[in-house]
Ligand binder design. Structure first.
Ligand code: URA
Length: 204
């Protein structure tokens, strides 16, 4: 297997994104439509990290444009944060799924896939140099820290990272979409909104 260090000319975000298009570090590229790289201002103060592209992201090539992305956008607009000010990316850049009839059912990335893709995420962090990173869910948290903690132990706190960067961990919007009980959903939506309020201060 080719190491990504061999295929990436050091340098600009554009060069790294271009190199990521041809990534074969893990087998996920075999079945996905395309690499879904991060997007947003190169001087964004806040970087948001999700898990991996879903069906719609895989087809469109853009992160967080499907149901989870729409929920995320709605919460951002409720709290007055412009998505356009944020750099939005994923821990894993290819869609992983299982075909079921005509549908493609999302599968969680495994540790090896997350580990292979972490290299790209690190390039993004080093190039964007955000002040705050928001990890949406356990996969993003694991990719960024190498730690497998219970989300409830770290959620909603401002954690320290290197270079004075801070890390905010919250749930993934897909988790909210899967809650069957409307009351629980309402309560969890409110907590998610509260967690994301931390972004307000850091984004401006
Ligand atoms: N879920 C994610 O984690 N990322 C996306 O881009 C879409 C859905």
């Amino acid at each position: 297997e080719r190491g990504a260090d061999d295929i990436v000319p050091a340098g600009s975000w554009e060069a790294v994104r271009e190199a990521a298009r041809a990534c074969t570090r893990c087998p996920l590229h075999c079945h996905a439509t395309q690499t879904v790289f991060g997007e947003g201002p190169k001087d964004a103060r806040v970087m948001v990290v999700g898990e991996q592209p879903g069906d719609q992201e895989d087809l469109s090539g853009h992160p967080f444009v499907g149901p989870a992305g729409r929920l995320f956008d709605a919460v951002l607009s409720e709290i007055g944060v412009k998505r356009a000010a944020l750099y939005v990316t994923n821990a894993v850049k290819h869609f992983k799924y299982e075909p079921r009839g005509k549908r493609r059912i999302h599968q969680k990335p495994n540790e090896a896939e997350i580990a292979q893709c972490r290299w790209w995420l690190k390039q993004e962090v080093d190039l964007i140099r955000p002040r705050l990173i928001v990890a949406l869910g356990a996969t993003a948290y694991f990719s960024l820290t190498g730690e497998r903690r219970r989300l409830s132990d770290v959620r909603g706190q401002m954690l320290g990272m290197t270079e004075g960067r801070r890390l905010l961990v919250t749930v993934h919007p897909s988790y909210l979409l899967r809650l069957p009980d409307p009351q629980a959903r309402q309560a969890e939506d409110a907590r998610f909104r509260e967690d994301l309020l931390h972004v307000l201060g850091a984004a401006s």
